[in-house]
Write a protein that binds this ligand. Structure first.
Ligand SMILES: *Cc1c(COP(=O)(O)O)cnc(C)c1O
Length: 494
């Protein structure tokens, strides 16, 4: 019997003592033995067990892993709310320029003028895109941006002389919204979405009062619907002295078309790793800049990048002298590499290009919605923005759940949509194709969905056992959790 193909062995199993993928240059420094530099109690008794493999095996190892996984460079990834758009490779080139990638955060301002200018300009572009007065780049995720916005809200009310208790959220909100509200010391008040999936001004009036610190909305909301009453809602919020926060994770539908600031939002966070094409998934580095209106600028986290003009010379500086600031939210200046990528994306597209991005994202979503509504329930049938939500109710009545359909999609080499979210849609399938897919890819996805709907009647067991072609088959997610727990306790190799 031949042995297993190489890519079935893990990198430790491939290791052979003495094989090397690299050679380090002699540094020419008369190095002292480690024991004389580091206290003995901090030294290991033996070197760490690292795999020893030649470069060719390292490359095969990582290519093998990437093929087992699903990612945007491999196939369609319509994960609603996550905006898994293609990441242009030029972003990777610019963020690797040595002036950016080798800069040290403790370098003197005068030696990193280019990096500071890039931060200053990116914040300006984002301000322009969202119609905000100022932007901080420090938060490193959407959720982190929300926390930043909520801390700014606290500080604002404190300065107004009276702290407030509640933040109002619609029942369609992303799970990070209530979490951020609570982390910042507020309580959540929920308001139900109306029958058409949006927030009705009357429902908001019924719950808002002078104890409301802010109303946090996602626009377009998580059903992919634009909040049509948003200007009236802004008035209601401002009339009680509260702030209107926009979860801007869905900005991909709005670039160059509508600006949150013009609609009356006071704070908005961006998800650079969604709208602005920087890689994400698997918990990679994100970036969640926050924009604010003028009256909130002094509360932004420190440091702020400032521009000084002297004649026709400009220089850029990190300013810490901000007595009203909420303080620091993250080490140094946020995820700078992600900001370089997003800046590249903005400049490569330009204003017109960004508008086309949003137009194409909305057209692609509506195209899929219209192609699929014959076979799947569409609880909110109006024109959608960059995403839409189907319900698997019809299939459930025939014995197949959304989970089964989602697992089956993996067999066809596409990632499943977001499932069971938003919570207000039973058996939800939230589909966001993004603008970077071809019509052929969208048509193939439609064929897959229609094939799966056929399989509900013709081969239900295939759906219940799916996926069949992936390196890891269906996990019993509840059982897996208990098995893992037992394994942790009994098997020290795990
Ligand atoms: C992705 C998302 C968030 C959270 O962003 P993270 O970067 O994952 O923390 C918040 N709200 C909505 C609507 C989202 O889609």
């Amino acid at each position: 019997m031949p042995t297993m193909p190489d890519n079935e062995l893990n990198i430790f199993e491939k290791s052979r003592h003495g094989r090397r993928g690299l050679s380090l240059p002699k540094n020419g420094i008369d190095a002292k033995p480690l024991e004389t530099l580091i206290e003995k109690r901090f030294l290991r008794n033996k070197p760490p067990e690292l795999p020893e493999v030649p470069e060719s095996e390292v490359v095969r190892h990582f290519v093998g892993l990437s093929m087992k996984n699903h990612h945007i460079d491999k196939g369609f990834y319509p994960l609603g709310s996550c905006t898994m758009k293609y990441n242009p490779k030029i972003n990777e080139r610019t963020c690797r320029l040595p002036g950016f990638s080798c800069a040290h955060p403790f370098q003197n301002d005068s030696t990193v003028q280019g990096a500071l200018e890039l931060m200053f300009s990116t914040a300006e572009y984002l301000s322009e895109i969202a119609g905000m007065h100022a932007v901080t780049l420090q938060p490193v995720a959407g959720a982190h941006g929300e926390l930043c916005g909520m801390l700014i809200t606290r500080k604002y009310h404190e300065k107004q002389g009276k702290q407030r208790k509640y933040v109002i959220l619609p029942d369609s909100a992303h799970g990070t919204n209530p979490a951020s509200v609570v982390c910042a010391g507020f309580q959540v008040k929920q308001v139900k979405s109306s029958a058409d999936g949006t927030l009705s001004p009357d429902d908001l009036r019924a719950v808002i009062d002078e104890d409301t610190a802010a109303v946090m909305l996602t626009n377009p909301n998580t059903l992919g619907l634009f909040e049509t009453e948003i200007e009236e809602i802004a008035k209601i919020v401002h009339d009680v002295g509260a702030l209107l926060y926009m979860d801007g994770a869905n900005l991909n539908a709005q670039l160059g078309i509508v600006r949150p600031g013009d609609l009356g939002f006071d704070i908005v966070h961006f998800n650079l790793h969604k709208t602005f094409s920087t890689p994400h998934g698997g918990g990679g580095p994100g970036s969640g800049p926050v924009g604010v209106v003028e009256k909130l600028e002094s509360f932004l986290p420190v440091p702020v990048v400032t521009k000084r003009t002297d004649g026709n010379r400009h220089s850029f500086h990190l300013s810490y002298d901000r007595p009203d600031s909420i303080g620091k939210l993250h080490a140094f200046y946020g995820n700078f590499g992600v900001v370089v990528r997003a800046c590249t994306y903005i400049l490569m597209n330009g204003g017109e290009g960004l508008r086309e991005v949003s137009e194409a994202a909305v057209i692609n979503a509506n195209y899929l919605k219209e192609k699929l509504r014959g076979k799947f329930d569409l609880p909110y049938p109006q024109h959608c923005m960059h995403e839409f939500v189907l319900s698997g109710n019809r299939q459930k009545k025939r014995g197949i759940r959304t989970t089964d359909m989602a697992k089956r999609m993996l067999d066809f080499g596409v990632h499943a949509p977001t499932c069971y979210f938003p919570l207000i849609v039973p058996e939800a399938l939230m589909i966001e194709p993004t603008e970077t897919e071809t019509r052929e890819t969208l048509d193939r996805f439609v064929e897959i969905m229609i094939q799966i709907d056929r399989e509900v009647d013709e081969m239900p067991q295939t759906l219940k056992d799916a996926p069949h072609n992936t390196p890891v088959r269906r996990l019993d997610e509840r059982k897996a959790a208990t098995d893992l727990d037992v394994a942790w306790r009994t098997d020290d190799k795990l």
